[in-house]
Design a protein around this ligand. Sequence first.
Ligand code: ADP
Length: 609
Amino acid sequence: VACCEADDNNNAPEEVILKDSVPDFKWHILWEFVKPQLFALIGAVVLAFGAAMLNIQIPLMLGDLVNVVARYLREHSGTYVNEIKGPAIKLLGLYAIQGLLTTGYIILLSRVGERVAADMRKTLFASLIRQDVAFFDANKTGQLVNRLTADIQEFKSSFKLVISQGLRSITQTVGCFVSLYIISPKLTGLTVVVLPCLVGAGAIIGSFLRKLSRLAQEQVAKATEVADEALGNVRTVKAFAMEERELQLYAHEVDKSCEMNENLGGGIAVFQGLSNVALNCIVLGTIFAGGTLISSDEMSPGDLMSFLVASQTVQRSLASISILFGQVVRGMSAGARVFEYLSLKPTIPLSGGGRIPFHSLIGRVDFMNISFSYPTRPGHEVLKKFSLTLPPCKTVAIVGESGGGKSTVASLLERFYDPTNGVVMLDGLDIRTLDLAWLRGQVIGFINQEPVLFGSSIMENIRFGKPDATDAEVISAAKQSNAHRFIMSFPDGYNTMVGERGVALSGGQKQRIAIARALIKNPSILVLDEATSALDAESERVVQEALNRATRGRTVLIIAHRLSTIQGADLICVMSNGRIVEAGTHLELLSKGGLYSDLIRRQRAEGQK
Ligand code: ADP
């Protein structure tokens, strides 16, 4: 119940705890991930650099080729094939090497990228799954999963892109500029004035368009949200005959997004048209200016060819550098989100601390003077100087108003949280000094009766309670919990797949599997957080029978949300306002005529309705 209610309750305070600010990008963490891949990365960088250098050579060689052709046209000496063979073969060789280098660096780079991403996923998951329960109260699961998926994906592609394209673009820009200068300082001078202006203008328009595109995407998301909400809550919508109104709301948002996307399309169209004109004009201008230089014999036609190709390379490289800037920013903020939780240490360490040998474990639990507020709601004290003893091998039930803190008591025993004040003791030892993995894994069996089954076989679901259990142990636990018979009635028996994609089990069947899962570790202490939703009478009887058997010889804490099942408990405690106000057996409390008999009367009245 604690976790169900948590979802409803921590919405408001969570915003206080969540940091709004964007976390910093930590280079040393990136370095830790890159280090094991360093050789492959250096290899990739070297190959990519080589490919870029060849890209600079290629325009020059093309120019040589054109010069050969021009000479042949002018002089008509020798055969054309003989003349062109040499430079053409050289050029082909260059193409081949360039192709090989490109293949090589892409293979290496994708290896580095994938391995770094896989390492990040594993490390982040390891760090997340070890966090305290309080961490999960404060952070939405969806967002955490996003960091594992979308953010790492984004980081990986930025990383690869920046290394491959960034390196290539920068090398090519610098190299081709040098070539341009060597070919013709005059023409280069002209380009240096014109090109940056154009690229700058392009970048400004580009960023404007990107902003439009982001707004349009947000609008699409808004429309989707409206549809999602309406379809997700379709019963409510129908019950209030609000179909038309929802349609209007949706149509309004869709129209807005349509308009924004049309504007964006228009912007892109104008941008494309303009840049085509500009780029073509540059070619024309270069040929015009180059022609003048050729006519005054300052340049050969081949040089002009080289110049054209090289200047196109510069243009393309500069454009891709400007796009890369955006990618760097996005990649770094994705990376920062991934790194944020990597170095976060849980406040409750999962292992370390003492253990009590099984044969000397008595199983007595004392809650002493406990005050507690949830970390997500610091101002709201759930338990106030709460004290309770669970005597060994006895069954104690806690009852009381919903929201009174009953499930919280169970959470403190499991050490999902530590009390703000006071101590929880097991056999007289503060549980904070005990090994948590031992406490949870071997001492306490927790049966949440709104149970969760994982997407695997029944066998594995029960074995979840004790990973090294043999098949025989699993079957024996299932027998104890009245589950064996119905499991065997499935064609696949214990191998039947359950969970999201498996067979649908009834509530009572799930509960019995959950009971088997808790019993398989043969716990000395059993915590039952009772189901709030009622089962049908027959299932209830079978489950109850299993529970009665399970509780024998163990210290048991029952968090009772209904009163009918706990009348046989050795002690019933009534909780109100964060502490126990009445305690005794069923009969004692009834005769006392206090809160408990009130509760009983109220539940009977509700039952009769
Ligand atoms: P009960 O089991 O008696 O219904 P709980 O122990 O579940 O009561 O809850 C006691 C109080 O603590 C309630 O006010 C509830 O809103 C609050 N609460 C429960 N779980 C959380 C949580 N994870 N984070 C913040 N508040 C919580």
